[in-house]
Design a protein around this ligand. Structure first.
Ligand code: GAL
Length: 422
């Protein structure tokens, strides 16, 4: 099932060069003088596409001299898009702008010299005061700012099918791991095929991280990524064992599933719960499934596992003015509202009116203000892309062999290779 990076780059690179024309909303006739702005994301469908469409509607009005060209490459968390993008950047064929997660993942592009400094645009557009300081710190390197954040997502949320739960007599949200396991046992005893729906590698890492937040607490969890917590410590072993227990309630075909396949088990009433980021709220809404519940992962209490999608000006972009018009739209109050009301995330700007948002986001906005922020590796706020790759492959292996010691030593080795050097 696995294929080498070299093969992937070769195969996908060829596809990539076709992508804008294939996915574009018209135009794209190949003229280098065209006013097209190719926006590269992995938001191809459902709630993700609905969010992108919202942003495009504001762009169309605010940037009437330019034409949006959809360069989306499908696959949750950028599982395909990031490889396509890497190949295009290597060949000096950047899209006009691309999606990058704030934090360590953005630093990858900054350190490789692939994105431009936007500090003066921040001044011009008043963005320094529009975004919270903590977020600005995450997109600033060496005193310069390299991207415009569109949102804040929360990763550590459990989604449920309310009817499946109530049919099994489950009427209250679990708040501890023990209560969660008791609910999973209840679902199993009632014959629910998949008590806990799960997908492949990066989605498994998300579930594992939620367990670690419960077992280690917010600060020690964050320490795993900044070098202050030892991956070889006993609480991590405990976390792996607890995660292994949860895996026993999941679908056996998880390694072939994207997050939307696992979500479908929830919608079809075949599963009770799924841990997933809050893009799931938007996707369930976009797909018309109304009977869902949600709660913060049991034991995560006030830890808000955050990530932010941001957009950049790539070095060598064909028409920097067109890209800047997109970026200005992304950072604007109107753009953030049109995007986030459909995407399940909350605006990165601090001046939004909660009343404009669906119920889920209103609660998330309040939590974001009050909670402790912790980062996410699969969504780039905690770790670089190299680290992500190592972690994903360790998770994929564990999904097959369940070897606790092997997973712990692979994660410790990944941290030693890619983490901060002490
Ligand atoms: C995340 C991204 C979200 C959402 C999700 C699932 O990495 O930040 O916006 O798209 O992947 O694809």
């Amino acid at each position: 099932m696995r294929f080498s990076r070299r093969t992937a780059v070769a195969v996908i690179g060829a596809v990539a060069l076709l992508a804008p024309a294939a996915c574009g909303s018209g135009g794209g006739g190949g003229g280098s003088s065209s006013k097209n702005v190719e926006v590269f994301t992995w938001w191809a469908d459902g709630g993700e596409k609905a969010g992108l469409d919202g942003l495009v509607s504001v762009f169309d009005t605010a940037c009437s001299g330019y034409k949006f060209v959809n360069g989306a490459v499908a696959g949750g968390a950028g599982s395909n898009a990031k490889q396509v993008l890497a190949s295009r950047l290597q060949q000096n064929q950047p899209p006009d702008t691309f999606q990058a997660h704030a934090g360590a993942e953005l630093s990858d592009y900054i350190n490789a010299g692939q994105v431009e400094d936007l500090s003066s645009e921040y001044q011009e557009w008043g963005l320094n005061s529009a975004f919270p300081k903590g977020l600005l710190d995450n997109i600033t390197v060496g005193g310069k700012i390299y991207s415009v954040p569109a949102n804040i997502h929360r990763a550590n949320v459990v989604w449920s099918n309310k009817k499946v739960l109530s049919d099994a007599g489950i009427t209250k949200d679990p708040t501890t791991m023990a209560e969660f396991v008791a609910d999973l046992d209840t679902l199993k005893a009632k014959g629910v095929a998949t008590p806990l729906a799960l997908g492949k590698d990066w989605t498994q890492e998300m579930l594992f991280e939620a367990v670690l937040i419960s077992d280690l607490g917010a600060d020690a969890f964050t320490g795993l990524w900044n070098g202050k917590t030892d991956w070889k410590s006993a609480p991590v072993t405990q976390g792996i064992n607890d995660y292994k227990k949860l895996l026993s309630y999941t679908n056996k075909d998880r390694d072939t599933f994207d997050w939307t396949d696992a979500e479908k088990l929830i919608m079809d009433g075949k599963a009770g719960f799924q841990l997933m980021g809050d893009w799931e709220a938007a996707d369930l809404d976009a797909k018309g499934f109304k009977d869902y519940g949600y709660f913060v992962f049991p034991g995560n209490a006030t830890a808000y596992q955050w990530l932010a999608d941001s957009f950049v000006l790539p070095k060598g972009a064909k028409d920097a003015d067109g890209t800047k018009c997109w970026l200005k739209t992304v950072g604007s109050a109107d753009g953030q509202k049109a995007f986030n009301t459909k995407k399940g995330s909350i605006p990165a700007r601090t001046d939004a009116n909660p009343a404009d948002y669906p119920t889920y986001q209103q609660a998330a906005m309040a939590d974001w203000k009050a909670d402790t922020a912790v980062p996410s590796c699969p969504h780039g706020s905690a770790c670089s892309q190299g680290w992500q790759g190592a972690v994903n492959s360790a998770q994929g292996k564990f999904s097959t062999d369940g070897n606790v010691a092997a997973l712990q030593s692979a994660l410790a080795a990944a941290a030693a290779q890619y983490g901060p050097k002490s």
